[in-house]
Design a protein around this ligand. Structure first.
Ligand SMILES: [Ca+2]
Ligand SMILES: [Ca+2]
Length: 229
């Protein structure tokens, strides 16, 4: 093989390997909620303040909370492999009060907005956690929630670029916990997402890198030989 041919073959292989390696790489995004809203499940009243509530009233009425995340940074073909939500405690009113038991859900309803006072209850779709309790009481204390990403086919949210998450107090008796909403982005709910493109399995991609390295070595050796000659 002539030196020029070796160079060409190496460049083509390198481009090929690079393209696939980028696709095979795991991706990571950290998103802050772009909007949050407390909604009363029955009766449809919305709250306009910045408080994230998981609340069951003494009457049994529930006020649940919506959080909106912008998925436009994640490729539509991504396979989401993990999601961790962090919420920041908003101290006051003796909360957490009477050990609320909280669950996270996905909702397919994306049309809500805190700026819109007349949203109907968004409703619940897939559940993303089991029952969670034992919340912090310190002001601004972060609390992390691990979401079961396998409960959802994410194609819809990856296509419409909006993931609406619901936080709900499952306890039937008077209890509540509060968190900061989306207004202060330093305290807004944060969603860390890992994904893969699943195009090429890691070992294959590593082997290709090894091959590219060997070709590079051949070129270097040939160069040296040419210089000596
Ligand atoms: Ca959506
Ligand atoms: Ca998208």
């Amino acid at each position: 093989m002539s030196l020029r041919r070796t160079y060409t073959a190496s460049a083509v292989l390198f481009a090929f390997v690079t393209a696939f390696s980028i696709e095979a790489n795991a991706g990571f995004v950290s998103l802050r909620a772009t909007d949050t809203e407390s909604q009363q499940e029955a009766g449809g009243s919305n709250f306009t303040d910045d408080r994230v509530r998981a609340y069951t009233a003494a009457s049994g009425a529930k006020i649940s909370n919506l959080m909106k995340f912008d998925f436009s940074l994640i490729p539509d073909a991504a396979v989401i492999t993990s999601m961790t939500l962090t919420t920041y405690h908003e101290a006051g009113f003796g909360n957490p009060y009477q050990d609320p038991i909280v669950k996270l859900y996905r909702t397919a309803t994306d049309s809500w907005s805190r700026a819109n006072a007349n949203d109907a209850w968004a409703g619940l779709n897939e559940s993303l956690t089991g029952n969670i309790s034992g919340f912090p009481s310190g002001s601004g204390t972060p609390f992390t929630w691990n979401l079961n990403v396998n409960a959802v086919n994410w194609a819809t949210d990856l296509a419409d670029d909006i993931f609406s998450l619901v936080m709900r107090n499952e306890k039937s008796t008077y209890s509540y916990v509060y968190w900061h909403g989306s207004d202060n982005q330093n305290l807004a709910p944060k969603l860390d997402i890992q994904y893969s493109m699943g195009a090429v399995p890691e070992p294959a991609s590593l082997a290709m890198w090894g091959l590219a390295g060997s070709l590079g070595l051949v070129i270097a050796r040939r160069r040296k030989r040419t210089m000596i000659a």
